[in-house]
Write a protein that binds this ligand. Structure first.
Ligand SMILES: NC(=O)c1ccc[n+]([C@@H]2O[C@H](COP(=O)([O-])OP(=O)(O)OC[C@H]3O[C@@H](n4cnc5c(N)ncnc54)[C@H](OP(=O)(O)O)[C@@H]3O)[C@@H](O)[C@H]2O)c1
Length: 296
């Protein structure tokens, strides 16, 4: 019997999409919080040992960036300690581990798009906990793939796209931050790319060889915008497709006029050249991804 793919976070934005995109690669067993809580180390170890997977895919995370500022212990447990345990179990079982990370490991002060070789310097609790998760996996040294992505949205869960769509139907004016740059990336596109990467790492009939071409990669949409630009694109789409819309103006405001508990990097752009050179993969421009997502 072939060993399964064990997916954590199967109810999240990326995890939900991975259920489908990983299916051609093997028997996917998707777990949600109700199956195993990542902050319970014994339950976490037990779930991995029972499944004895060829591959562990961790799409679960504590992603509430502002709440993390007053919940640092929980963010650390989910985003750093759980990935360490998964890495230890992967090593023990000779499995691969796929893990997702974030642009928020950088402080955003660079004038270029961040490369994998740039030194992380998180400026908020969430970013710190995610960086600690990356380091934990690298320290344990199991075969792994860490994919850093950014500004994730989909038609489910809590995300900027759905918030703007709701507010644009309720308010005449939206005030959206215009001085943070990034690449909005569709969860489905991330999941599709993850499956392609794994397929390209695999020997025919075998499991993914992450020892060889694994490591840390940046995986975001091409192009760039601001949160304001992203919001304008959503509202424009609503207008042209005749969606119920109250919004007449989307104002471009500076970060200082929208204070949040967690600081955000001004530059969230990730250079995806390593992914392109290694796997021949480039994600489409953020506008194209957004259209595909909105068109359903
Ligand atoms: N969202 C973004 O903008 C963004 C940007 C860059 C990188 N990323 C990274 O991409 C990955 C996936 O993000 P996403 O946007 O898909 O996240 P998401 O939609 O928030 O999903 C995260 C999932 O993790 C689960 N989870 C949280 N705490 C848990 C716990 N203690 N035990 C078990 N499950 C738990 C959640 O379960 P419940 O459904 O029960 O809450 C949820 O299903 C994460 O590693 C994240 O750091 C996200």
């Amino acid at each position: 019997m072939t060993r399964p793919i064990l997916l954590f976070g199967g109810n999240g934005q990326i995890g939900w999409e991975l259920r489908r995109t990983l299916a051609p690669l093997g028997d996917v067993r998707a777990l949600e919080r109700s199956d195993v809580d990542l902050v319970d180390p014994d339950a976490l170890r037990r779930s991995v040992r029972e499944a004895a997977p060829a591959l562990i895919v961790n799409a679960a995370a504590y992603t509430a960036v502002d709440r993390a500022e007053r919940d640092a212990g929980l963010a650390q447990a989910v985003n750093a300690e759980a990935p360490r345990i998964l890495a230890e179990e992967a090593k023990r079982l000779d499995s691969g581990l796929v893990h997702f990370s974030t642009d928020y490991v950088f402080d955003g002060s660079a004038t270029h798009s961040y490369r994998e070789s740039d030194e992380p310097a998180p400026i908020n609790v969430y970013g710190n906990s995610k960086r600690a998760g990356e380091v934990a996996i690298q320290d344990v040294g199991c075969a792994h793939l860490i994919l850093r992505t950014s500004w994730v949205y989909s038609m489910r869960g809590a995300n900027f796209l759905l918030t703007v769509r709701r507010l644009a139907g309720e308010l005449e004016e939206l005030r959206i931050v215009g001085d943070q740059r990034g690449a909005p990336t569709w969860a489905r596109m991330i999941a599709e790319a993850t499956a392609v990467i794994l397929a390209r790492c695999s020997a025919p009939g075998g499991t993914a060889d992450l020892q060889d071409r694994g490591g840390l990669y940046h995986l975001t949409a091409s192009g760039e915008t601001s949160w304001h630009g992203f919001a304008v694109a959503v509202v424009d789409w609503m207008r042209t497709t005749g969606q119920p819309l109250r919004c007449k103006r989307v104002l471009d405001i500076p970060t200082k006029d929208y204070p949040t508990p967690a600081k955000r990097p001004a530059n969230s752009l990730l250079d995806c050249g390593k992914l392109r050179e290694t796997f021949g993969l480039t994600l489409p421009d953020w506008r194209e991804q957004l259209s595909l997502c909105l068109e359903g």
